[in-house]
Write a protein that binds this ligand. Structure first.
Ligand code: CP
Ligand code: NVA
Length: 313
């Protein structure tokens, strides 16, 4: 993938995107997260991050990412501090590079939710502490760790399974494509022609041998699927236009679409959800939905990510 930061230090354990970690490290993070949830990992009962602190920068709103990182860090014995764009000097034009230099004198790890990927990369370039991508316009890798964990809790190993994305080709779709290549599952992507995920990401995955297919028709895309996944039609920063809604209407996940997948297919959504738009209430509130487990698993997966970034696993 294009690396917009000129000089990331080679040994720093940044969690910037799934395609930048090894398959082995990603698997280790998932396995540790599951063991922490089950209470079987030694770190579930100790405070391995005592004396460590995490700064969280939010340039966009958040409920799950903020709460799960804060409580995940605290469960491991660490401390957190939150900076929001408008109430910090970032909102008055202090550069990302200077913010990174200063914060990494105070804290051991930085999580950032921002707009352009370039800002994430600049933060990583100038920070001496590991940086975690808490969502950009382009990707949302922390969510995928919770999503893979959730799939495996319900349906066993994700390797070789078929997942179908139906909806906007947004940051979540891009991270699902990364995940398909890194965790070796099939991914059918059904999106409107105008809202396809970035071509370079699809090309990258296919070049790695990943079974990622763009399938225009959502009904064809869900055939044989073990999991159907979607996301909001209007991501943070998108214009909420009627054109957008009209383009996406045919990709709504409803009972008819779920019925065209495998009979035991699960439904996933990173949340926040909009009933009557990307999926019907009958799907998200129905028996195939695992969205609350998925939200809970953010708490466990963040701990795995933090432990990896800080070199404890
Ligand atoms: N899924 C997710 O990242 O939710 P928040 O925007 O609430 O953090
Ligand atoms: N695609 C959504 C994900 C929210 C967690 C957004 O970027 O707003």
């Amino acid at each position: 993938m294009p690396n917009t930061a000129k000089s990331l230090k080679p040994n720093q354990r940044h969690f910037l995107d799934l395609d930048r970690l090894s398959k082995e490290d990603l698997r280790k993070i998932i396995d540790v997260s599951r063991a922490l949830k089950a209470g079987t990992h030694p770190f579930a009962k100790s405070k391995p991050l005592e004396g460590k602190s995490l700064a969280m920068i939010f340039e966009k709103p958040s409920t799950r990412t903020r709460v799960s990182f804060e409580l995940g860090m605290k469960r491991l014995g660490g401390d957190t501090v939150v900076l929001e764009r408008e109430s910090s000097q970032l909102g008055r034009g202090e550069t990302v590079a200077d913010t990174a230099r200063v914060l990494s004198r105070y804290v051991d790890c930085i999580m950032v939710r921002t707009t352009r990927e370039q800002k994430l990369m600049e933060l990583a370039e100038y920070s001496s502490a590991p940086v975690i991508n808490g969502l950009t316009d382009r990707t949302h890798p922390c969510q995928l760790m919770a999503d893979v964990m959730t799939f495996e809790e319900h349906r066993g190993a994700i390797q070789g399974k078929r997942i179908t994305w139906s909806g906007d080709g947004n940051n979540m779709a891009t991270s699902w494509i990364h995940a398909a290549a890194m965790f070796d599952f099939e991914l059918n992507v059904a999106c409107p022609e105008m809202l396809l995920p970035p071509k370079d990401v699809v090309d990258w995955a296919q070049a790695k041998g990943a079974k990622v297919r763009i399938v225009n028709d959502p009904t064809a895309a869900v055939a044989g699927a073990d999991c159907v996944v979607t996301d909001t039609w209007v991501s943070m920063g998108d214009a909420d236009t009627s054109d957008r809604h009209n383009m996406l209407r045919a990709f709504q996940v409803d009972d008819r679409l779920m019925a065209a997948a495998k009979p035991n297919a699960i439904f996933m959504h990173c949340l926040p959800a909009h009933r009557g738009e990307e999926m019907t209430a009958s799907v998200i509130d129905g028996p195939q939905s695992v969205v609350w487990d998925e939200a809970e698993n953010r708490l466990h997966a963040q701990q795995g990510i933090l432990l990896w970034c800080l070199g404890l696993i």
